[in-house]
Design a protein around this ligand. Structure first.
Ligand SMILES: [Mg+2]
Length: 388
Protein backbone atom coordinates (compact mmCIF):
# COMPACT_ATOMS: atom_id res chain seq x y z
CA UNK A 1 0.00 0.00 0.00
CA UNK A 2 1.52 3.27 -1.15
CA UNK A 3 1.76 6.60 0.66
CA UNK A 4 0.02 9.15 -1.59
CA UNK A 5 0.45 12.31 0.46
CA UNK A 6 2.11 13.75 3.55
CA UNK A 7 1.30 17.07 5.17
CA UNK A 8 1.60 18.81 8.53
CA UNK A 9 0.10 21.68 10.49
CA UNK A 10 1.57 23.87 13.20
CA UNK A 11 -1.08 23.98 15.93
CA UNK A 12 -0.85 26.89 18.38
CA UNK A 13 -3.34 26.98 21.25
CA UNK A 14 -3.57 29.99 23.54
CA UNK A 15 -3.91 29.07 27.23
CA UNK A 16 -6.39 31.04 29.28
CA UNK A 17 -4.90 32.67 32.38
CA UNK A 18 -6.27 30.04 34.79
CA UNK A 19 -4.41 27.31 32.87
CA UNK A 20 -1.05 29.05 32.65
CA UNK A 21 1.77 28.06 34.96
CA UNK A 22 5.09 29.72 35.78
CA UNK A 23 8.43 27.91 35.97
CA UNK A 24 12.03 28.54 34.90
CA UNK A 25 10.52 28.59 31.35
CA UNK A 26 8.56 31.72 32.37
CA UNK A 27 4.79 32.06 32.15
CA UNK A 28 3.41 29.48 29.69
CA UNK A 29 0.82 31.19 27.49
CA UNK A 30 0.80 28.89 24.46
CA UNK A 31 0.82 25.22 23.68
CA UNK A 32 2.43 24.41 20.33
CA UNK A 33 2.84 21.23 18.35
CA UNK A 34 3.02 19.92 14.79
CA UNK A 35 0.37 17.49 13.60
CA UNK A 36 1.60 15.20 10.80
CA UNK A 37 -0.83 13.43 8.46
CA UNK A 38 0.11 10.62 6.09
CA UNK A 39 -2.44 9.49 3.54
CA UNK A 40 -2.40 6.01 1.97
CA UNK A 41 -3.87 5.00 -1.38
CA UNK A 42 -6.85 3.28 0.30
CA UNK A 43 -7.83 6.59 1.96
CA UNK A 44 -6.60 5.71 5.45
CA UNK A 45 -4.70 8.37 7.40
CA UNK A 46 -1.92 8.03 9.98
CA UNK A 47 -1.23 10.78 12.52
CA UNK A 48 2.08 11.77 14.02
CA UNK A 49 3.44 14.62 16.11
CA UNK A 50 6.65 16.64 16.04
CA UNK A 51 7.63 19.07 18.79
CA UNK A 52 9.32 22.45 18.40
CA UNK A 53 10.34 22.61 22.08
CA UNK A 54 10.62 20.35 25.08
CA UNK A 55 8.08 22.40 27.06
CA UNK A 56 4.77 23.77 25.88
CA UNK A 57 5.56 26.75 23.65
CA UNK A 58 7.85 27.11 20.64
CA UNK A 59 8.08 28.27 17.01
CA UNK A 60 7.34 25.30 14.74
CA UNK A 61 7.91 26.94 11.35
CA UNK A 62 11.28 25.18 10.92
CA UNK A 63 9.77 21.73 11.51
CA UNK A 64 6.92 22.42 9.09
CA UNK A 65 9.42 23.44 6.42
CA UNK A 66 11.60 20.33 6.93
CA UNK A 67 8.60 17.98 6.76
CA UNK A 68 7.07 19.57 3.67
CA UNK A 69 10.23 20.29 1.70
CA UNK A 70 12.73 17.61 2.75
CA UNK A 71 10.86 14.60 4.14
CA UNK A 72 7.70 14.61 2.03
CA UNK A 73 9.52 13.84 -1.26
CA UNK A 74 11.28 10.89 0.43
CA UNK A 75 8.06 9.33 1.75
CA UNK A 76 5.35 9.94 -0.87
CA UNK A 77 5.29 6.95 -3.22
CA UNK A 78 6.92 4.60 -0.70
CA UNK A 79 5.22 1.58 0.88
CA UNK A 80 3.29 2.58 4.01
CA UNK A 81 4.49 -0.67 5.62
CA UNK A 82 8.22 0.04 5.19
CA UNK A 83 8.58 1.94 8.47
CA UNK A 84 12.19 1.00 9.20
CA UNK A 85 13.29 1.66 5.65
CA UNK A 86 11.50 5.00 5.58
CA UNK A 87 13.16 5.98 8.86
CA UNK A 88 16.52 5.23 7.21
CA UNK A 89 15.58 7.29 4.15
CA UNK A 90 14.80 10.29 6.35
CA UNK A 91 17.84 9.87 8.60
CA UNK A 92 20.39 9.08 5.89
CA UNK A 93 18.99 11.12 3.01
CA UNK A 94 20.97 10.68 -0.20
CA UNK A 95 23.19 8.09 1.51
CA UNK A 96 20.25 5.82 2.42
CA UNK A 97 21.22 3.16 -0.20
CA UNK A 98 24.77 3.02 1.25
CA UNK A 99 23.44 2.84 4.82
CA UNK A 100 21.12 -0.02 3.80
CA UNK A 101 23.96 -1.87 2.10
CA UNK A 102 26.49 -1.57 4.95
CA UNK A 103 24.07 -1.70 7.91
CA UNK A 104 25.39 1.52 9.41
CA UNK A 105 23.72 4.89 9.91
CA UNK A 106 25.16 7.50 7.54
CA UNK A 107 23.10 10.53 8.47
CA UNK A 108 23.07 13.77 6.60
CA UNK A 109 23.30 16.93 8.70
CA UNK A 110 20.00 16.63 10.58
CA UNK A 111 20.98 14.16 13.29
CA UNK A 112 19.58 16.25 16.12
CA UNK A 113 17.41 19.26 16.88
CA UNK A 114 14.30 20.07 14.90
CA UNK A 115 15.30 17.71 12.08
CA UNK A 116 15.14 14.71 14.47
CA UNK A 117 11.78 15.97 15.70
CA UNK A 118 10.48 16.27 12.11
CA UNK A 119 11.57 12.67 11.47
CA UNK A 120 9.80 11.69 14.72
CA UNK A 121 6.54 13.20 13.48
CA UNK A 122 6.61 11.29 10.20
CA UNK A 123 7.73 8.06 11.87
CA UNK A 124 4.86 8.16 14.39
CA UNK A 125 2.39 8.74 11.54
CA UNK A 126 3.83 5.75 9.64
CA UNK A 127 3.37 3.46 12.68
CA UNK A 128 -0.19 4.72 13.18
CA UNK A 129 -1.01 4.20 9.50
CA UNK A 130 0.55 0.73 9.25
CA UNK A 131 -1.33 -0.52 12.32
CA UNK A 132 -4.63 0.95 11.12
CA UNK A 133 -4.17 -0.65 7.72
CA UNK A 134 -3.76 -4.03 9.45
CA UNK A 135 -6.83 -3.41 11.62
CA UNK A 136 -4.87 -3.48 14.87
CA UNK A 137 -3.27 -1.29 17.51
CA UNK A 138 0.41 -0.36 17.35
CA UNK A 139 0.76 -2.17 20.70
CA UNK A 140 -0.50 -5.39 19.10
CA UNK A 141 1.94 -4.89 16.20
CA UNK A 142 4.79 -4.67 18.74
CA UNK A 143 3.87 -7.98 20.33
CA UNK A 144 1.34 -6.80 22.91
CA UNK A 145 1.59 -5.52 26.46
CA UNK A 146 4.23 -6.64 28.98
CA UNK A 147 1.93 -5.76 31.90
CA UNK A 148 -1.75 -5.31 32.71
CA UNK A 149 -1.42 -1.69 33.80
CA UNK A 150 1.26 0.99 33.86
CA UNK A 151 1.61 3.42 36.79
CA UNK A 152 1.03 7.06 35.86
CA UNK A 153 2.48 10.08 37.60
CA UNK A 154 0.91 13.52 37.73
CA UNK A 155 3.43 16.03 36.42
CA UNK A 156 3.21 19.59 37.75
CA UNK A 157 4.08 21.01 41.16
CA UNK A 158 5.00 24.64 40.57
CA UNK A 159 3.43 26.16 43.72
CA UNK A 160 5.48 27.90 46.41
CA UNK A 161 6.30 26.27 49.72
CA UNK A 162 3.05 27.26 51.44
CA UNK A 163 0.83 25.84 48.65
CA UNK A 164 2.81 22.94 47.17
CA UNK A 165 1.14 20.40 49.48
CA UNK A 166 -2.30 21.54 48.37
CA UNK A 167 -1.35 21.48 44.67
CA UNK A 168 0.07 17.95 44.81
CA UNK A 169 -2.81 16.86 47.05
CA UNK A 170 -5.22 17.69 44.23
CA UNK A 171 -3.32 15.27 41.99
CA UNK A 172 -3.47 12.55 44.65
CA UNK A 173 -7.19 13.07 45.13
CA UNK A 174 -7.64 12.67 41.35
CA UNK A 175 -6.35 9.09 41.75
CA UNK A 176 -2.60 9.40 41.22
CA UNK A 177 -0.27 7.42 43.50
CA UNK A 178 2.80 9.24 42.13
CA UNK A 179 3.36 12.98 41.62
CA UNK A 180 6.19 15.14 40.30
CA UNK A 181 7.10 18.68 41.29
CA UNK A 182 9.48 21.27 39.84
CA UNK A 183 12.59 22.46 41.71
CA UNK A 184 15.87 24.14 40.78
CA UNK A 185 16.70 27.63 39.52
CA UNK A 186 13.10 28.82 39.76
CA UNK A 187 13.36 28.47 43.56
CA UNK A 188 16.45 30.69 43.76
CA UNK A 189 18.42 28.32 46.03
CA UNK A 190 18.88 24.65 46.91
CA UNK A 191 17.59 25.38 50.43
CA UNK A 192 14.32 26.75 49.06
CA UNK A 193 13.91 23.72 46.77
CA UNK A 194 14.51 21.42 49.74
CA UNK A 195 11.96 23.32 51.84
CA UNK A 196 9.32 22.88 49.12
CA UNK A 197 10.11 19.15 48.80
CA UNK A 198 9.89 18.77 52.60
CA UNK A 199 6.49 20.51 52.60
CA UNK A 200 5.32 18.29 49.74
CA UNK A 201 6.33 15.09 51.50
CA UNK A 202 4.79 16.21 54.81
CA UNK A 203 1.51 16.91 53.08
CA UNK A 204 1.42 13.80 50.87
CA UNK A 205 2.37 11.35 53.60
CA UNK A 206 4.72 8.39 53.10
CA UNK A 207 2.74 6.30 50.58
CA UNK A 208 2.56 8.56 47.52
CA UNK A 209 5.60 8.32 45.22
CA UNK A 210 7.24 11.75 44.81
CA UNK A 211 9.60 12.79 42.02
CA UNK A 212 11.31 16.13 41.37
CA UNK A 213 12.41 17.78 38.12
CA UNK A 214 15.07 20.52 38.09
CA UNK A 215 14.92 21.02 34.28
CA UNK A 216 18.73 20.83 34.23
CA UNK A 217 19.09 24.15 36.05
CA UNK A 218 21.43 23.29 38.96
CA UNK A 219 25.20 23.20 38.79
CA UNK A 220 27.02 20.05 39.91
CA UNK A 221 27.77 21.29 43.44
CA UNK A 222 24.16 22.38 43.99
CA UNK A 223 22.84 19.12 42.59
CA UNK A 224 25.06 17.03 44.83
CA UNK A 225 23.95 19.02 47.87
CA UNK A 226 20.33 18.62 46.80
CA UNK A 227 20.35 14.85 46.20
CA UNK A 228 22.24 14.17 49.44
CA UNK A 229 19.71 16.07 51.54
CA UNK A 230 16.62 15.08 49.50
CA UNK A 231 17.23 11.40 50.24
CA UNK A 232 15.30 11.69 53.50
CA UNK A 233 12.15 12.51 51.50
CA UNK A 234 12.20 9.13 49.69
CA UNK A 235 12.16 10.48 46.14
CA UNK A 236 11.40 8.03 43.33
CA UNK A 237 13.83 9.94 41.11
CA UNK A 238 15.50 13.30 40.59
CA UNK A 239 15.08 14.44 37.00
CA UNK A 240 17.70 16.50 35.16
CA UNK A 241 19.48 17.82 38.25
CA UNK A 242 22.05 19.30 35.82
CA UNK A 243 21.90 19.82 32.07
CA UNK A 244 22.08 16.41 30.43
CA UNK A 245 24.54 17.81 27.86
CA UNK A 246 26.93 17.81 30.81
CA UNK A 247 27.39 14.04 30.75
CA UNK A 248 30.39 14.21 33.10
CA UNK A 249 28.54 16.46 35.54
CA UNK A 250 25.44 14.27 35.54
CA UNK A 251 27.66 11.25 36.09
CA UNK A 252 29.31 12.92 39.10
CA UNK A 253 25.90 13.69 40.57
CA UNK A 254 24.71 10.13 40.05
CA UNK A 255 27.89 8.63 41.52
CA UNK A 256 27.08 10.29 44.86
CA UNK A 257 23.31 10.16 44.68
CA UNK A 258 21.23 7.92 46.95
CA UNK A 259 18.31 8.73 44.63
CA UNK A 260 17.79 7.49 41.04
CA UNK A 261 18.67 10.01 38.31
CA UNK A 262 16.28 10.51 35.38
CA UNK A 263 17.06 12.37 32.14
CA UNK A 264 16.61 12.37 28.39
CA UNK A 265 13.53 14.38 27.44
CA UNK A 266 15.44 16.63 25.05
CA UNK A 267 17.83 14.00 23.67
CA UNK A 268 17.42 13.33 19.97
CA UNK A 269 18.50 9.75 19.39
CA UNK A 270 19.41 6.32 20.71
CA UNK A 271 23.05 7.40 20.30
CA UNK A 272 22.46 10.13 22.90
CA UNK A 273 21.00 7.63 25.36
CA UNK A 274 23.87 5.21 24.70
CA UNK A 275 26.24 8.05 25.63
CA UNK A 276 24.37 8.77 28.86
CA UNK A 277 24.51 5.08 29.76
CA UNK A 278 28.22 4.81 28.91
CA UNK A 279 28.86 7.83 31.15
CA UNK A 280 26.99 6.03 33.98
CA UNK A 281 24.90 9.17 34.24
CA UNK A 282 21.36 7.82 34.25
CA UNK A 283 18.94 5.38 35.95
CA UNK A 284 15.64 6.34 34.30
CA UNK A 285 15.50 6.93 30.51
CA UNK A 286 12.93 9.53 29.46
CA UNK A 287 12.76 9.77 25.66
CA UNK A 288 10.14 12.08 24.16
CA UNK A 289 8.85 10.21 21.12
CA UNK A 290 7.97 13.45 19.30
CA UNK A 291 11.57 14.67 19.71
CA UNK A 292 13.81 11.59 19.64
CA UNK A 293 13.11 10.12 16.22
CA UNK A 294 9.65 8.65 16.83
CA UNK A 295 8.62 5.16 17.92
CA UNK A 296 11.30 3.52 15.75
CA UNK A 297 14.05 5.23 17.75
CA UNK A 298 12.00 4.88 20.97
CA UNK A 299 12.10 1.09 20.60
CA UNK A 300 15.91 1.19 20.32
CA UNK A 301 16.11 3.40 23.43
CA UNK A 302 13.78 1.04 25.32
CA UNK A 303 16.02 -1.89 24.32
CA UNK A 304 19.04 -0.01 25.72
CA UNK A 305 17.19 0.52 29.00
CA UNK A 306 16.27 -3.15 29.31
CA UNK A 307 19.72 -4.44 28.34
CA UNK A 308 21.36 -2.22 30.98
CA UNK A 309 18.80 -3.00 33.71
CA UNK A 310 17.64 0.61 33.71
CA UNK A 311 14.10 2.01 33.76
CA UNK A 312 12.07 3.53 30.93
CA UNK A 313 9.63 6.36 31.77
CA UNK A 314 8.85 8.26 28.55
CA UNK A 315 8.53 12.03 28.67
CA UNK A 316 5.02 13.19 27.80
CA UNK A 317 4.42 16.89 27.39
CA UNK A 318 2.77 17.11 24.02
CA UNK A 319 -0.39 16.07 22.21
CA UNK A 320 -2.62 13.02 22.49
CA UNK A 321 -0.50 11.37 19.78
CA UNK A 322 2.87 11.41 21.55
CA UNK A 323 1.08 10.55 24.82
CA UNK A 324 -0.55 7.46 23.34
CA UNK A 325 2.69 6.53 21.58
CA UNK A 326 4.60 6.81 24.88
CA UNK A 327 1.89 4.79 26.62
CA UNK A 328 2.21 2.15 23.88
CA UNK A 329 6.00 2.00 24.31
CA UNK A 330 5.79 1.81 28.12
CA UNK A 331 3.41 -1.14 27.81
CA UNK A 332 5.40 -2.85 25.05
CA UNK A 333 8.81 -2.60 26.73
CA UNK A 334 9.75 -4.83 29.66
CA UNK A 335 11.67 -1.81 31.02
CA UNK A 336 8.56 0.43 31.23
CA UNK A 337 7.88 1.81 34.72
CA UNK A 338 5.85 5.04 34.48
CA UNK A 339 3.92 7.24 32.06
CA UNK A 340 3.88 11.00 32.69
CA UNK A 341 0.53 12.83 32.72
CA UNK A 342 0.91 16.63 32.36
CA UNK A 343 -1.18 18.63 34.82
CA UNK A 344 -0.54 22.02 33.17
CA UNK A 345 -2.76 23.50 30.45
CA UNK A 346 -2.46 21.00 27.58
CA UNK A 347 -5.24 21.42 24.98
CA UNK A 348 -3.42 19.29 22.39
CA UNK A 349 -3.45 16.44 24.89
CA UNK A 350 -6.91 16.87 26.36
CA UNK A 351 -9.02 18.50 23.63
CA UNK A 352 -7.65 17.50 20.20
CA UNK A 353 -8.73 13.87 20.74
CA UNK A 354 -10.39 11.77 23.42
CA UNK A 355 -7.82 10.00 25.59
CA UNK A 356 -8.72 7.50 28.30
CA UNK A 357 -6.99 8.86 31.42
CA UNK A 358 -8.94 6.66 33.86
CA UNK A 359 -6.76 5.38 36.69
CA UNK A 360 -7.09 2.20 38.69
CA UNK A 361 -4.74 2.06 41.66
CA UNK A 362 -2.89 5.02 40.13
CA UNK A 363 -2.29 3.12 36.88
CA UNK A 364 -3.47 3.37 33.27
CA UNK A 365 -4.87 0.58 31.11
CA UNK A 366 -3.30 -0.20 27.71
CA UNK A 367 -4.34 2.08 24.85
CA UNK A 368 -7.35 0.86 22.87
CA UNK A 369 -8.43 1.41 19.27
CA UNK A 370 -6.60 1.19 15.96
CA UNK A 371 -3.10 2.58 15.52
CA UNK A 372 -2.24 4.66 18.57
CA UNK A 373 -5.98 4.94 19.31
CA UNK A 374 -6.20 8.67 18.58
CA UNK A 375 -9.17 10.07 16.69
CA UNK A 376 -8.42 13.69 15.82
CA UNK A 377 -11.15 16.33 16.06
CA UNK A 378 -10.93 18.13 12.66
CA UNK A 379 -12.64 21.23 14.05
CA UNK A 380 -9.89 21.54 16.69
CA UNK A 381 -7.26 21.35 13.95
CA UNK A 382 -9.04 23.99 11.85
CA UNK A 383 -9.38 26.32 14.81
CA UNK A 384 -5.77 26.19 15.96
CA UNK A 385 -3.80 25.79 12.73
CA UNK A 386 -1.20 28.56 12.75
CA UNK A 387 0.85 30.11 10.00
CA UNK A 388 -0.53 28.23 6.96
MG1 LIG B 1 11.34 17.14 32.69
Amino acid sequence: MKVVDLNCHWLRCPLEASRQHVSDFGRIQWFDGVLVEIMAEDGSVGYGEAKPAVGSAGDASGIVSIIRNELRPLIVGSSAFDIGRNWGRMHNGVRAPLAERFGRAMPILGRRGVHASAIAGVDLALWDLAAKARGMSVLAMLGGACRDRIPAYASGGWAPVDRIGEELGHYASAGFCAVKMRVGAMDGSVEKSLARVAAARRSLGPDCALMVDAHGTMNVAEARRFVARAAEFSLAFVEEPVLSDDRAGLSMVRAHSPVAIAAGESEASSADFAELIRAEAIDVLQPDLAIAGGLSEGLRIAALAFAHRLALAPHCWGSAISFQAARTLAFASPAGTYVEVPMGGAPLLREMAKVDFRLEGGALAPPTGLGFGVEIDPEFVRRYTHGD
